[in-house]
Design a protein. Structure first.
Length: 252
């Protein structure tokens, strides 16, 4: 789908305008703006320290931020809470995955549906089956303790747990970090499959080549500011991106 067609067809899920955030007196984001639409994968690439993880923390309310954040058509005030945003369908898969190692795969997944269960939804068994379809390895090992999983399996479980909350916007922080190339391909192929369900995905990645291959649109973040943005295919062929993030072998 072309970007122009996507903009005509898909409603905005998230829009940030002039977003700024700081750690104490150290500014981490400087007037950043971006958009994510339903059923779209948007990636944010850039070097270490560019502000990618900070961006996700600011969007989901883990870090105070100034500027305008509009989620599902509603402007989010400074008092927004993580709990409120999660209940409205914004879910973060953090870089460290943060699983409960002494609990089984199945119990970790069911925890992801806890808030929906608490407000009266009883579709967790149906949802867990959908997660197992995406990640058959988790079904095979559903009784296994999370702490015994490989890095790739832990990432699958972290993503599966997030999906148990039936997100409208999925924030993924470096899902390829520390994984072998074959596992990275498997994880990112699953991310690409997820967009078919209509969920919007904001993918923060240092692996620019892999991210641009599956994303519809991309932003290049440097020192807290967007230095480049555009359709992923255009960015993948932009000489500045090739030289800085892809290597000359990345040019088609």
């Amino acid at each position: 789908m072309s970007l122009a067609h996507a903009e005509a067809a898909a409603p905005l899920v998230l829009e940030a305008n002039g977003l700024t955030a700081s750690y104490g007196k150290v500014a981490a984001l400087h007037g950043l703006s971006l958009k994510v639409r339903k059923g779209e994968i948007v990636t944010v690439i850039g070097p270490n320290g560019a502000g990618k993880t900070t961006l996700l923390a600011a969007l989901i309310g883990l870090l105070p931020a100034a500027g305008e954040i509009v989620y599902l058509g509603q402007r989010q005030g400074p008092a927004r809470s993580v709990e409120q945003l999660v209940r409205q369908g914004m879910t973060l898969v953090p870089e460290k995955r943060e699983l409960f190692g002494e609990m089984s795969i199945e119990d970790n997944l069911l925890l992801g549906a806890f808030d929906r269960y608490r407000v009266g939804h009883r579709d967790h068994l149906e949802t867990i089956d959908q997660v197992f379809e995406l990640f058959p390895r988790l079904r095979e090992r559903r009784r296994q303790l999370a702490g015994t999983l490989s890095g790739g399996e832990r990432q699958m479980l972290a993503m599966g747990r997030a999906l148990m909350a039936k997100p409208k916007l999925l924030l993924l922080d470096e899902p390829s970090l520390g994984l072998a190339p074959l596992v990275i391909r498997e994880i990112l192929r699953t991310v690409a499959d997820l967009k078919k369900t209509g969920v919007a995905i904001l993918l923060v990645e240092q692996n620019a080549r892999a991210a641009l291959q599956i994303a519809d649109y991309g932003y290049v973040l440097e020192t807290g500011e967007v230095s480049l943005e555009g359709a992923s295919e255009d960015l993948a062929n932009d000489l500045r991106v090739i030289e800085s993030y892809l290597g000359f072998g990345g040019r088609k």
